[in-house]
Design a protein around this ligand. Structure first.
Ligand code: SAM
Length: 248
C-alpha cells in the first residue's frame, strides 16, 4: 500500500542521518527533494544508492506537484519527502502534500530526526516545558517591531530562526522590545564543527554580535516574560474594568 513519508535530514552532521532515512532513500519509489543536487550529495555522503525516481519539490511547485505525487501513492508508490536540512514543513516545503494527503485519506507518516528548533531549545538552558516556535522574523524593521511588540507579554520561551544578514538588526529590535536583561541564547552552526552557543542577556548577546559577528546558520532562543513583565505589557490591550480585576 502506498504511503507518504516525511523524513528529517541532517542539519550539519551527516552522522545524524537515521537508519530509517538511509533505508527510505534506498527503497522509496519516488523521492521528492527540495533540491535534487543536495539530495544526491547527501546520498553520496551516506553511501546510499537512490533507486527511486527523484523529483524537485520546493516552495514554488509543491502545490501543483502534490496532486500528481498523491495519485502515484494511490497507485501504491512510497513517496519520500525531504528538504535541504532538518524536518520538512518546518520553514521548508512539505505542508502542501500533508494537507492534501489528509483531505484524500491517504496515509502519511514521518521518519523524525534533526530539526534546529528543538536542538537550539534544548541547548539554550531556558525553560523547555512551554515554548513557541516563531520561524523567521519579518525582514523589514517596522513589521518586525510590530510583530515583536505583539509578543511582549509572551511567557513561553520563544524560538526564532535568523540569518547572518539580519542578525544585527534583529538583535537591536529584540533589545528594544524585551529590554536589555532578558536571558537568551544565540545558537550557531548546530551539530557542525564550529557549533557555538552564546548564552547571556539580550544586551550582552547584541554586544557580542557587534564585536564578533556570528557566521553560518543560527537560531535565537529568548526567555519568555516574567509574571511582572507580562502584567506590565498587558494593560495596553485591556479595558479599564479588566485592569481593576488584575489589580486585586
Ligand atoms: N527545516 C529546517 C529545520 O527543521 O530546522 C529549517 C529550515 S530553514 C529554511 C533554515 C534555518 O534553520 C536557518 O536559517 C537557521 O535559522 C536554522 N538552522 C538550520 N540548520 C541550522 C544549524 N545547523 N545551526 C543553526 N541553525 C540552523
Amino acid at each position: 500500500k502506498g504511503t507518504v513519508v516525511l523524513a528529517a535530514t541532517p542539519i550539519g552532521n551527516v552522522l545524524d542521518a537515521s537508519a530509517r532515512l538511509v533505508a527510505l532513500l534506498k527503497d522509496a519509489d519516488i523521492v521528492a527533494a527540495e533540491d535534487t543536487r543536495r539530495l544526491y550529495d547527501l546520498a553520496n555522503r551516506l553511501g546510499v544508492h537512490v533507486n527511486g525516481k527523484v523529483i524537485a519539490y520546493h516552495d514554488h511547485n509543491e502545490q501543483e506537484k502534490s496532486k500528481r505525487l498523491l495519485d502515484q501513492v494511490e497507485e501504491g508508490a512510497c513517496v519520500l519527502v525531504v528538504s535541504d536540512a532538518g524536518m520538512p514543513t518546518i520553514n521548508d516545503p512539505g505542508l502542501a502534500i500533508v494537507r492534501r494527503a489528509i483531505e484524500r485519506g491517504i496515509p502519511v507518516t514521518c521518519a523524525p530526526g534533526p530539526s534546529a528548533v528543538l536542538d537550539a531549545l534544548a541547548l539554550s538552558g531556558l525553560p523547555t516545558d512551554r515554548f513557541c516556535y516563531e520561524g523567521f522574523l519579518p525582514r523589514k524593521h517596522a513589521e518586525r517591531m510590530q510583530y515583536l511588540r505583539s509578543m511582549q507579554s509572551e511567557q513561553r520561551t520563544m524560538v526564532f530562526y535568523e540569518t547572518l544578514h539580519r542578525i544585527d538588526d534583529s538583535m537591536k529590535d529584540l533589545l528594544e522590545t524585551f529590554g536589555p536583561n532578558r536571558p537568551m541564547a544565540l545558537c550557531r552552526e548546530l551539530t557542525k564543527d564550529y557549533e557555538e552557543i552564546r548564552r547571556a542577556s539580550i544586551a550582552e548577546v547584541l554586544h557580542s554580535v557587534q564585536e564578533n559577528p556570528p557566521r553560518g546558520e543560527m537560531v535565537l532562543v529568548v526567555a519568555g516574560a516574567s509574571d511582572d513583565e507580562a502584567l506590565a505589557a498587558a494593560p495596553a490591550a485591556l479595558p479599564i474594568e479588566d485592569l481593576a480585576v488584575l489589580a486585586i
